[in-house]
Design a protein around this ligand. Structure first.
Ligand SMILES: Cc1ncc(COP(=O)(O)O)c(C=O)c1O
Length: 395
């Protein structure tokens, strides 16, 4: 009998350890809608005419989870994804992604060996790096595909148009490099009717013509990013380019919500949590750090286990709102590192109720654009700030 009690006890400990393991995921989570990712991809494809789509999944897929997104794009038979840095490519490779990856940021010399080992394509903008890349590729008897970065006016990366032929000629002497692409980037593609875009396209076309007339037929020609595709949908320039780097559009966003909605893009991300604790507060009392909120009346505060360490900036304190039970509530006081306080007044909010930070309930919605506005920034910064501490779950 004693043995029986003991074994029941051991059994229940075992069960609770197992369930602890399965329940260990935080309540604060990012949900990623797979069907919206696929719908966005198809919308982009339709607008991109015959251009190949290369989703940009740098910065942890703009905060959405690079491993999840690369898996979806592999299922969609997308040939290539784009990241900024080598570490990002390695993470994706380690998750089992086997299609092509391009590094967007011209590599630093210490990255070079691993670019070859991980079988990556890369942009290139320096003779010295090209030389070292070629030497390492030669030693391993491999060929590395490179995309020449043209500085068409943004002055952030690349060779100037007047130097592009000399650089390309030099690259062509490096037998273990294959010139795969010519790439440039717009300085202000989200500004409609911006003459600088036309200037950059003209600089690009002139350089392309120069290279062609010197016998360089480069397979992949790319300048377009999210906004430029939708701001210049029918431009004849699109026929010059055959690869489209789809960044924020892949996540259903653009720098402006009206354009994103008008083309049918669907936001992919929901950020949610649960009420973990309820605190009673009396009129005149304060809550949180540094007395930044004063209660106007007796009521309750809901405490949510998410904070600025998860990417909800402290600048959103006393500004942002959340949705609980299909109703908006405001954040009270300063956002802490791990916790946020919500003023729920005397409403019947209870432990375990769902709290939406970004996303939709039955009749309410909080968008990435709304948070960007409160924070005085762009949607890109809101999603890329969401930290690795938050689990990403495909739904
Ligand atoms: C060189 C380059 N290409 C493409 C992109 C993707 O831009 P978007 O997210 O606007 O599509 C970026 C984004 O930072 C970039 O730096």
């Amino acid at each position: 009998m004693i043995f029986g009690i003991k074994s029941v006890h051991l059994y229940s400990i075992l069960i609770s350890v197992i369930s602890l393991k399965t329940l260990i995921m935080r309540d604060s989570q990012i949900l990623i809608s797979k069907s919206n990712v696929i719908d966005n991809y198809n919308i982009i494809k339709k607008h991109a005419n015959n251009m190949e789509i290369a989703p940009v999944i740098k910065a942890n897929a703009y905060g959405h989870g690079a491993n999840l997104l690369s898996g979806i794009y592999q299922e969609l038979n997308c040939r290539m994804v784009i990241v900024a840095y080598l570490e990002e490519a390695i993470e994706i490779r380690n998750s089992g992604y086997t299609n092509d990856i391009m590094l967007l940021t011209p590599p630093l010399n210490y990255d070079i060996k691993d670019i070859i080992n991980c079988n990556l394509e890369t942009t290139i903008a320096e003779e010295e790096t090209a030389f070292l890349l070629n030497e390492h590729a030669k030693a391993l008897n491999k060929t590395v595909k490179v995309h020449i970065f043209l500085n068409s006016g943004m002055n952030r990366e690349g060779k100037r148009p007047e130097d592009i032929l000399k650089f390309t000629k030099y690259l062509s002497t490096l037998k273990y490099l294959k010139i795969e692409g010519l790439i440039s980037h717009f300085a202000a593609s989200d500004v409609v009717d911006n003459m600088f875009n036309t200037y950059q396209i003209n600089q690009f076309k002139k350089s392309l013509f120069l290279l062609k007339s010197n016998g360089f037929n480069i397979p992949k020609i790319h300048i377009h990013n999210s906004s430029s595709l939708f701001n210049y949908p029918d431009s004849e320039e699109q026929t010059v380019f055959n690869l489209y780097r789809a960044g924020i559009t892949s996540y259903g966003l653009l720098s402006n919500s009206t354009l994103a909605e008008s083309v049918g893009l669907k936001p992919v991300l929901t950020l949610k949590s649960n009420v973990h604790h309820m605190i009673e507060i009396r009129k005149g009392e304060t809550c949180g750090y540094n007395f930044n909120f004063h209660a106007n009346s007796d009521g309750y505060l809901a405490i949510i286990p998410i904070g600025y360490a998860d990417g909800l900036s402290r600048n959103l304190s006393n500004k942002m709102r959340v949705i609980i039970n299909d109703k908006y509530y405001k954040v009270a006081g300063y956002i802490s590192m791990d916790l946020i306080i919500i003023d729920v007044g005397v409403d019947p909010v209870k432990l375990g109720d769902e709290v939406i930070f970004i996303g939709k309930s039955n009749s309410k919605e909080i968008t990435v654009y709304e948070l960007a506005e409160y924070q005085g920034t762009i949607p890109y910064e809101i999603t890329t700030s969401l930290s690795h501490r938050l689990p990403r779950i495909l739904v």
